[in-house]
Design a protein around this ligand. Structure first.
Ligand code: I6G
Length: 673
């Protein structure tokens, strides 16, 4: 069938609209339509392109799905060399850089710099001709790289066609392809589940994804792009400085750093560095420093280059978040449920500005998968507040045949047997409350904020109490004599009194908190809430059989067995009784062992409901079999609104999701009569 003019026009309009929406979403951070509306436009264009082969076009927004695998990457010569950057590691080196530059330029006044964070990714070059992405290449050795066009075309934030009418004939844009942390973690989870390669860090994941011969796989990887410079320009005149050039790239459809700033002097650069270092752990992606560029293009040309780096730019590096050190030994820590986790003892090393001598090894499966041996040089990573972890051994540096860490046969704390339950990867000490480590952890959990919330009972204090045999189990907490507490290290009469006061206050709690505080394996806060709402009282829960336990939201066969097993232990029942005798109490709630009238429904709560906290409202819904979610989607049954509802209502309206008020909520939970 010949291609009707109206279809051609519709496809052109759809492409333009989709390109503009991509630009708003990926470059301007200002989307104008919902994801669903975008999908509708996208699917319509796909449908037209399938129906009319003549519409095929390499720069159509639908062409990001990858193509047939290649056998190798062609080599590409860079028309303008891709240089590297000089580094600075402290303020003195930064001041020296600025001084050298001012001397070279004979410029006494402060110089203006353009600053942006240095992304930890992979440098790429994008060549656009008449606005169309023609070729993408890696940096390679700076003179030539590899042609990775097919892969780069799948990166959603890289425009296949630039925006605007007055585009240069040719422009070569440089930037960094990187992976955000959330995407990296999701990718690694998926890789682990499917037996694929697990990546050590987001940078390796980004590099590995860009170097796949099958671009259809690259298309499934969460890659992003950020421009940082222009290599070549023909048929247009660029603005006269780095900062404005970056704004120009943004205007024609390419993402630039959100944190880019134009600074007046080197002192402002030092401030900027401190600000970005402060934000480092809150960013969605890894950065390894800040890049400062002399802003004025004319002065840049005058300054020129030394060997393979521009004289007018510098990367001021952050303390490394990944370093190498030696793994001296592996110890095993015993947790609340008796699980033994391997801990790396390391030759002390500074990571991200902090000295580290211990790091987690996660579990024995991870040790085996990564093939970590005692004595290896290992890569240690510490990012943000997360516990430092051993990422991988450096196999090239392994010296001979090193021993593999072995799970001990007996508990390092109480010498009880260590067993692996069939079908589970964890090894556990079977000592239970005989084991001081398990007792300490159980008491710390019991006292924690989301459990009994015993203010002033910190980890160190619990450890002392157990070590000095003041307490055997959580039940003893409520019978501690003042003098014994006051006699502990770093305690005085006043702090001891305060602690006894908090213990007294903690007795007034909720059933959900109490259940959570007991530390039953795999019973988290949310499950504890569901159990409390369903059973209404402790005795009913303690006596429930596995079948009735499984009627509760979130409780499957394993958790039901754990709960049953916990209450089958005589000593656990005795501890619970002792706690109740000590005066722990909670307001009565109505048992809901009732028909699951809301089974299969999903609700979102927005705003404040009169007479119900959000947790209470959620528990009441869950007790009737509903799911309660934090975000609205097409699958949401209804949004329940109270006073001052938030943006969720607007989202519900867009998606056509039902909106309920207080009285309709009460009707749902059967409290409307
Ligand atoms: O590798 C780089 C990362 C970031 C760069 C760079 C950059 O600017 C933000 N800029 C230049 C000029 C070079 N490499 C050579």
């Amino acid at each position: 069938m010949p291609l009707p003019k109206s279809i051609q026009a519709e496809a052109a309009e759809l492409r333009q609209a989709l390109n503009e929406h991509n630009h708003r979403y990926y470059v301007l951070d200002a989307p104008a339509i919902t994801d669903q509306a975008y999908d509708r436009l996208f699917r319509r264009l796909q449908q037209l392109e399938q129906e009319y082969a003549e519409l095929a076009s390499a720069d159509s927004p639908t062409q990001r799905i990858g193509s047939e695998p290649a056998s190798h990457f062609e080599s590409v010569a860079h028309e303008v060399a891709m240089l590297s950057l000089d580094n600075a590691f402290d303020e003195e080196e930064m001041l020296a850089f600025d001084r050298r530059l001012r001397d070279k330029l004979d410029h006494a006044a402060p110089l203006a710099y353009c600053a942006e964070p240095k992304l930890d990714g992979l440098a790429v070059s994008l060549l656009y001709e008449a606005g169309e992405l023609k070729r993408a290449a890696t940096r390679g050795d700076g003179r030539s790289g590899e042609n990775i066009t097919a892969n780069v075309r799948t990166v959603a934030s890289i425009a296949l066609r630039l925006l605007g009418s007055d585009l240069p004939e040719r422009i070569e844009v440089r930037g960094e392809v990187y992976m955000e942390l959330a995407g990296f973690e999701a990718l690694n989870r998926k890789q682990q589940e499917t037996g694929g390669k697990v990546f050590a860090n987001p940078r390796n994941a980004a590099a590995g994804s860009l170097r796949l011969l099958d671009s259809r796989i690259t298309a499934s990887r969460p890659l992003s792009f950020c421009s940082y410079g222009i290599g070549l320009i023909e048929g247009a005149v660029l603005p006269p400085g780095q900062y404005l050039q970056m704004q120009y790239l943004r205007a024609i459809g390419l993402p630039i750093s959100r944190q880019i700033e134009l600074l007046d002097s080197i002192d402002d650069c030092l401030d900027y560095y401190r600000r970005i270092l402060d934000q480092r752990d809150k960013l969605a992606f890894d950065i390894d420093g800040v890049v400062f560029k002399l802003d004025d293009s004319r002065l840049q040309r005058q300054a020129g280059f030394v060997s393979r780096a521009p004289r007018w730019a510098i990367a001021y590096k952050f303390p490394a978040q990944e370093v190498m050190t030696r793994l001296l030994d592996v110890d095993f820590q015993v947790g609340r449920t008796g699980a033994l986790t391997p801990v790396a003892r390391l030759e002390p090393v500074a990571v991200g500005g902090v000295m580290v001598s211990n790091a987690t090894l996660h579990n024995m499966d991870e040790i085996e998968r990564k093939d970590i041996r005692i004595g290896d040089i290992v890569i240690v990573r510490r990012a943000g507040d997360v516990i430092p972890e051993v990422v991988a051994p450096v196999l090239q540096q392994r010296d001979g045949d090193l021993p593999r860490p072995q799970m001990p046969l007996r508990c390092p704390v109480c010498d009880s047997e260590v067993l692996q339950q069939p079908g589970q990867s964890a090894f556990r000490c079977i000592g239970g409350l005989v084991c001081a480590a398990q007792r300490k952890e159980a008491i710390k959990h019991f006292a924690s904020r989301k459990a009994m919330d015993i203010e002033g009972l910190g980890d160190k204090l619990v450890e002392q109490m157990v070590e000095q045999n003041l307490i055997e189990s959580v039940a003893d907490l409520y019978h501690l004599p003042l003098e014994q507490v006051a006699g502990l290290d770093r305690m005085a009469d006043k702090s001891a009194r305060n602690l006894l006061d908090s213990l007294r206050q903690s007795k007034q709690t909720t059933l959900a908190r109490f259940i959570f505080a007991l530390g039953i394996r795999e019973v988290g806060e949310s499950t504890a809430e569901s159990l409390a709402a369903y059973f209404g009282e402790l005795d009913a829960l303690m006596d429930a059989d596995v079948e009735s336990l499984q009627r509760v939201e979130d409780v499957g066969p394993v958790v039901a067995e754990n709960i049953r097993h916990f209450f089958d232990q005589e000593n656990n029942r005795a501890i619970v009784e002792k706690l109740i005798d000590a005066g722990i109490n909670w307001p009565l709630i109505e048992a809901s062992q009732q028909a699951q009238t809301l089974e299969g429904k999903t609700y979102v709560i927005s705003g404040t409901l009169e007479g119900y906290s959000r947790d209470q409202a959620a528990s009441l819904l869950k007790a009737r079999g509903a799911r309660v979610s934090g975000s609205v989607s097409a699958k949401t049954t209804a949004v329940i609104t109270g006073e001052n509802p938030g943006s969720k209502v607007a989202k519900a309206e867009t998606l056509g999701v039902e909106i309920l008020g207080q009285s309709e909520f009460e009707a749902l939970i059967g409290e409307d009569s």
